[in-house]
Design a protein around this ligand. Structure first.
Ligand code: TYD
Length: 224
């Protein structure tokens, strides 16, 4: 896939991924007509009718009895449909694809706290993704207490979903696992401090996208 522009957003609960994806999509859509391309915004688990059904089952806790391995398989199955029907075709059309969570979430969530062995999760990832890999991944990082508080405020009186409802040590491990992924793949991953105001987070994200995909140097950007 030439000139692929596959950007994923990862992190724990309440990190502000959805807001940042919206801001980046708006900015990309406002680019000068000669540089503008299609922008596809999607999410996991989900993005297709079948994957959204699997999402509902998993996040309601309906697959908990399968254990972490079974849940990881369901996330992977949903991902296969999402890649086949949405992500792959959009990249082949030359679109920017912005995805709210992707394979790193499986490595972090299904591997945390006595979950599935990391080697096994990597093997499953290979099966689901084939040759596909994100070109750029933002890991929105913040202390789990802060993220959980934000997520609690956002959901109001609704019940916590399957993973938000895990204890603080689970969420602390998630953070470590995302940071370890970033350390292992510095070419692909950018860790962004998500406790900053959203416009500051957005500015850092834009800078990285600009450098990576629009090929503008820091000097050129100053005059843009
Ligand atoms: P979502 O509404 O996207 O949560 P958030 O707003 O925090 O991003 O719900 C997705 C939930 O599913 C979230 O708790 C993370 C979890 N998840 C996994 O455990 N494994 C995965 O592979 C994916 C994609 C998500």
């Amino acid at each position: 896939m030439h000139h692929a522009r596959f950007i994923t957003f990862e992190g724990g609960e309440g990190a502000g991924k959805t807001t940042q994806i919206r801001l980046l999509a708006e900015r990309l859509r406002q680019m000068a007509p000669d540089a503008r391309r299609e922008v596809v915004v999607t999410r996991e688990p989900g993005g297709t009718p079948l994957a959204e059904k699997l999402r509902a089952v998993i996040l309601s806790g309906g697959a908990r009895q399968l254990g972490p391995l079974g849940e990881a398989l369901l996330f992977s199955a949903a991902r296969i449909d999402h890649i086949d029907r949405i992500i792959g075709p959009a990249l082949r059309r030359g679109a920017f694809v912005l995805c709210d969570r992707f394979a790193d979430s499986t490595l972090a969530y299904q591997g945390a706290k006595g979950g599935v062995d990391a080697g096994l999760l990597k093997a499953m990832e290979k099966v689901a993704l084939g040759a596909l890999a994100p070109d750029l991944t933002f890991i929105l990082d913040l202390p789990p207490e802060m993220g959980l508080e934000r997520a609690r405020r956002r959901r109001g009186a609704d019940e916590a979903d399957r993973f938000e409802g895990e204890d603080l040590s689970f969420h602390a491990q998630l953070r470590e696992r995302f940071l370890a992924i970033a350390e292992a793949e510095p070419q692909r991953c950018r860790v962004i401090a998500a406790a900053m105001p959203p416009e500051k987070v957005a500015a850092q994200i834009w800078r990285a996208v600009d450098e990576k995909f629009l090929g503008r140097s820091a000097e050129a950007r100053q005059w843009a």
